[in-house]
Design a protein around this ligand. Structure first.
Ligand SMILES: NC(=O)c1ccc[n+]([C@@H]2O[C@H](COP(=O)([O-])OP(=O)(O)OC[C@H]3O[C@@H](n4cnc5c(N)ncnc54)[C@H](OP(=O)(O)O)[C@@H]3O)[C@@H](O)[C@H]2O)c1
Length: 419
């Protein structure tokens, strides 16, 4: 095996990430990787690189037999899929940062890797600088992964941090995130949870062998979180974060979703502030491990691309071990969660859907309840996202069947019904 394969790169995209890769490669000559050509969209834009490097013709890169690696970092997921699949079919290895493209096309991309034998790496697509995918593949390559919870979207985390620490309201915090370049000009992708669930869908593949389109997962963003919710969180000595959760239940199935959640101050994720990302992995014998780092930005993202390029020198491929070498886990929505719901008017909250209600605050400026509900109810209904309702998971929200029976019995005992 050639341990130091020479990499000749065709780079698609020269924006925040693409230019970062160009600069990082200039500073790492030891990698023996050179960019032969860069394909961009708008020929008129001023670039901080020699003009002869650029083209707008994708085929110049895709048909060049000397180019053995395509690095795809563009912001158009349809065009990105076309580029990546053509490159793989043409016998080239690929590194991509395009999380939306990967999430939307993962089954096809798995098939193409199998068919062509080429490698597709995308570490930067999940949490930019944090090496989570390779760790899930190589270190947690067994069946012992109990749970994974993470903050995978820096923009929403920035907004929530500002709501808490500077008591800004949602719109003010969003504006600040946009001004600082942490949120898209159309912030819907970040704020409403689409970006986070895209990343979560393929992290689930590496963690549990689950291949699921993102829209099949229960998710929302922070668009409904209100100043009043932040006030309640402060009273309870907690923060609110947009948390992606995955947990193996006692029946072997996996609960997975992306929802706002109350986080206790001693939780690792409470440490993750502003535009940072964090991942807490809990496994069989190691207990909890915490990964923390920059989840966006030019150089942090480029550093993960660099690491993928370096891995390509020794023909590294994702083996998708949980999918191919183990029995893949199955997703389930058949469990219960403890939730906080704040609302303007109780008529928009179906109280009868709750197993029980533990707290009820009707006198507050912003009314709220805390109760236990079946997760399937969240999957099949939308009331919890509508009419200015705000649903936030309580910490350790998941309650499995076994436990709920015990708890139910206990509450009946307390009520003197049996015991
Ligand atoms: N920014 C981050 O921190 C970050 C982190 C992780 C992952 N990502 C992902 O990385 C990708 C790039 O993000 P970015 O922030 O670098 O975006 P960006 O700054 O908007 O740059 C996008 C680049 O793609 C080029 N482009 C668009 N369509 C193209 C096409 N059909 N053919 C060739 N080039 C095309 C644009 O060309 P012009 O320059 O000519 O307009 C531009 O250079 C996205 O998928 C994003 O989700 C970004």
């Amino acid at each position: 095996m050639d341990a130091h394969k020479q990499l000749t790169i065709g780079l698609f995209g020269f924006g925040v990430v693409g230019e970062g890769i160009y600069r990082v490669l200039q500073q790492t000559p030891s990698l023996k990787a050179t960019i032969k050509k860069v394909c961009i969209k708008n020929p008129g834009k001023k670039r901080n690189a020699p003009a002869e490097l650029f083209t707008t013709d994708k085929d110049v890169l895709l048909n060049d037999s000397e180019i053995n690696v395509i690095v795809e970092v563009i912001d158009d997921s349809n065009a990105a899929f076309h580029i990546v699949s053509t490159a793989l079919k043409g016998g080239k290895d690929v590194v991509s940062s395009s999380k939306k493209m990967i999430a939307e096309n993962l089954p096809e991309l798995l098939g193409l890797q199998e068919l062509t034998g080429r490698s597709l790496l995308y570490e930067s697509a999940a949490c930019a600088s944090i090496p989570v995918i390779r760790n899930l593949e190589e270190y947690y390559d067994n069946d012992l992964l109990h749970s994974m919870k993470a903050i995978v979207n820096g923009s929403t985390n920035f907004i929530l941090t500002k709501m808490f620490e500077e008591k800004l309201d949602f719109q003010e915090a969003l504006l600040m995130a946009q001004q600082l370049g942490f949120a898209e000009s159309n912030p819907k992708l970040d704020v409403e949870g689409y970006d986070a669930v895209n990343k979560w869908s393929f992290l689930l593949t590496h963690a549990y062998g689950i291949v699921e389109y993102p829209e099949k997962l229960v998710f929302t963003g922070i668009q409904n979180v209100q100043g009043g919710d932040a006030k309640v969180a402060r009273e309870k000595n907690m923060d609110i974060k947009l948390v992606a959760n995955a947990q193996k239940l006692q029946n072997g199935k996996v609960a997975a979703f992306v929802l706002p959640q109350f986080v206790k101050h001693d939780d690792h994720l409470a440490f993750v502030k502003n535009e940072y990302n964090g991942v807490v992995i809990e496994s069989g014998f190691a207990d909890k491990q915490f990964f923390y780092g920059k989840g966006a930005g030019s150089f942090p993202t480029a550093s993960a691309v660099l690491s993928d390029l370096s891995a390509l020198r020794y023909q590294y491929k994702y083996e998708y071990k949980k999918l191919k070498h183990h029995r893949p886990n199955e997703l389930t929505n058949s469990f219960y969660v403890k939730v906080y719901v704040s609302f303007d008017d109780i008529k928009y909250v179906p109280r009868e859907k709750f197993e029980w209600i533990e707290e009820w605050h009707a006198q507050e400026e912003r009314k709220y309840l805390v109760g236990v509900i079946c997760f399937e109810e969240l999957e099949k209904s939308a009331w919890w996202r509508e009419n200015n309702n705000s649903l936030i998971l309580m910490p350790e929200a998941i309650i499995e069947d076994m436990e709920i029976r015990k708890l139910k019995k206990k509450s009946l005992e307390l009520a003197g019904i049996f015991g």
